[in-house]
Design a protein around this ligand. Sequence first.
Ligand code: URA
Length: 199
Amino acid sequence: MELAEKQAKLEQIADSIINRKIDIEIAKTCTNPVPGEGNPDAEILFIGEAPGAQEDKLGRPFVGASGKLLTEMLESIGLQRSDVFITNIVKFRPPDNRDPRPDEIKACLPSLLAQIEIIRPKLVVFLGRHSMNVFFPKLKISEAHGEPIDNSIETQAKAKLKLTFLPLYHPAAALYNGGMRQTLFDDFARIPELLKNSN
Ligand code: URA
């Protein structure tokens, strides 16, 4: 797909999210929906959990403390935010930072799958166990982090889209834990090699 077509299709999805076309309560209660942002041709797609207070205020993903760490990690491997695409499983802030509920995840999943299908990244990086468990319900983040998984997802046209997935700890977990921060940077450092090896 040409870049302009990808851009237009991603905008369509973003518009429907911004216009709160997903029928769940948090779509009405949030301040600003957060569809996600970045390069439509990105080789890497990052998937977090749900917008927090800062994201809800600005309508952009990962712009608070976790986002600052994500930007730092990207820079550690020579990338900028504008090189990648960043989004969340759930596109609206759950009140009081509670975990997203299964019905909210289910309602937002078609938008996420459509984003993946349009971007066709080489690598899908899960930021935290919540996003990993949507795709791989049985995995434990303490065991799965930093280890790539080759798998495929089914597109809307029922074709198979082969992808490499990389589970990482959520940046928020590393903010106040020095050991986990190092683990996260070490896991992140594997990304360039994974990109090189994927076709
Ligand atoms: N945490 C997330 O999971 N997503 C964001 O966008 C911000 C913080």
